[in-house]
Design a protein. Sequence first.
Lengths: 121, 510
Amino acid sequence: MSLSPYVPIVGLFALAAAFALFSVAAAPLTGPRRYNRAKLDAYECGIEPTPQAAGGGKFPVKFYLTAMLFIVFDIEIIFLYPWAVSFNALGLFGFVEMVLFIGTVFVAYAYVWRRGGLDWD
Amino acid sequence: MTFKLPAIDYLALAPMLVLFGAACAGVLVDALVPREWRYHVQVPLSLVALLASGGFVVALANRKEHVVTAGSAVVIDGPGLFLQGSIVVLGIVALFLVAERRLEPGGAFVAQAAVVAGSEADRKQMRKPGVTEVYPMMLFALAGMMLFCSANDLLTMFVALEVFSLPLYLLCALARRRRLLSQEAAVKYFLLGAFASAFFLYGVAMIYGYAGKVDFRGINEAVLGSSNSKTLLLIGLAMLAIGLLFKVAAVPFHVWTPDVYQGAPTPITAFMAACTKVAAFGGLLRVLYVAFERSSWDFRPTLGVIAAATMIVGAVLAVTQTDIKRLLAYSSVANAGYLLTGTLSMNRDGLKYTMFYLVAYGFTVLAAFAIVMLVRDSDGEATHLARWAGLGRRSPVFASLFTFLMLAFAGIPLTSGFTAKFGVFAAAVGGNMTWLVIIGVLSSMILAFPYLRVVVLMWLSVPGDDTPTVSVPGAFTAAALFVGVAMTLVLGVAPNQALELVNDAGAFLR
């Protein structure tokens, strides 16, 4: 059977679908129902969705900025780690490439820092 | 453990490396140089980088040595170099428009894009000089476009697509006037563009499923050698085509075009109409001519229908427009149809004349938007067509130039529009796509109407009280306008040298 490698995948799909259906069906039957204001709000990551904030809908993006910077350095680590493990095999070429890569990340970092992206207020 | 390091031909990559390096330097300039100096540093930096990049392209073209480099991720061949060179040259002209600060104090760009439109802070920043981040962003976009034209596999192509798209989304949001329209344009372009990118990426996955490879040569060989069902390949190609046709603004993936062209700052609209068109068609040409050449009988009918729809819908909707920027947007849609006609001829002439068309159209559209930038009143550019009535009596020089550009768009002989259209139509006849040429000629006749209507409006109406004035262009806009008009004329009267250039470019390296 040429399809055999796909059978477990189909099984996984079925399992996932069954779990999703089961959870949705079981939650209202078994869970307690204690509603409050926060629970009835639309989910907006901590921002009050309505009514629109005074001044034309401004809301702080500090957390967003920090999260974005975190992701940049997070990705950098993902590349740094395997490079560090195989440093000897990659040699000078790998080192130079890595320095260039870190350099470009630091260009972005310098920009964010100088433009006040790290100031909390 | 040993690694085999990829051989990298740095000279072959130099045109792109120079731009990427200069863009990074530009970001640092924006971070470290005092505010009042930034503009004076950024403009020469960008200009020098573009000139250096162009110099490297010429050097590579003279080397006449076609290479696949960087682990076969990038291919440097004749057509790729021609497209890269066109992107650099059109990019320099677009940079002139972007750098213009005489028409409006502080330039066409806003100081702080995140300020709420119409608020007190927004009114205050009207007098402040515009952001200078536009220059590094333009360089990033240009380098991405160049990589897009010379990618050798679909993944590199996808990365290049994102590299040139992301700066464009941001640039669209930076118009100094009509802030809401500009922000709306950016959001629409971003959302639809992200959607198109997702289609492209899913198409790559499907094609990998069929061929087991993502490089163009590998895909082409897989089509020849495989007896598998073609379903995955065709689904993949369809999705890939959706991603690419979105960028070239082909019907039915064109709906973003008028809104984005209208909302974006006019220099950026010109940049998109000229350079993005070259890059997107460069990518499309390479994908269709190298990776899917052997499947051409599968996709030609479908893409032919899309090309026909693009020409007709673009032409018919251009007739109904009342705003000059939207009119030029629909004209850009129709021109995507003519370019597709050339592309689909799938022969050597098709490649040649499509590339020629891209350059000819790029220069004309840059000059046209340069004039749109000049026609203004106290509220900024007066883009409504009714306002252009009687402009010929006010300033005959600029009205004459615009008339010439409109005639070039309409494809009148002795302009580049005629040479270019004639070329792609002849190529399409040679490639057995005569039915498409018939539709092309008919749609050109429809499309001539809106162009000539503008001309008639400018010359035969009496100027009213609210007819805007044509500002005296600064040196930058004047230079862009001169280059655009001159090239439109030269490519129409004496196109031999340019045709020789596209002829020497030869075919794509497989």
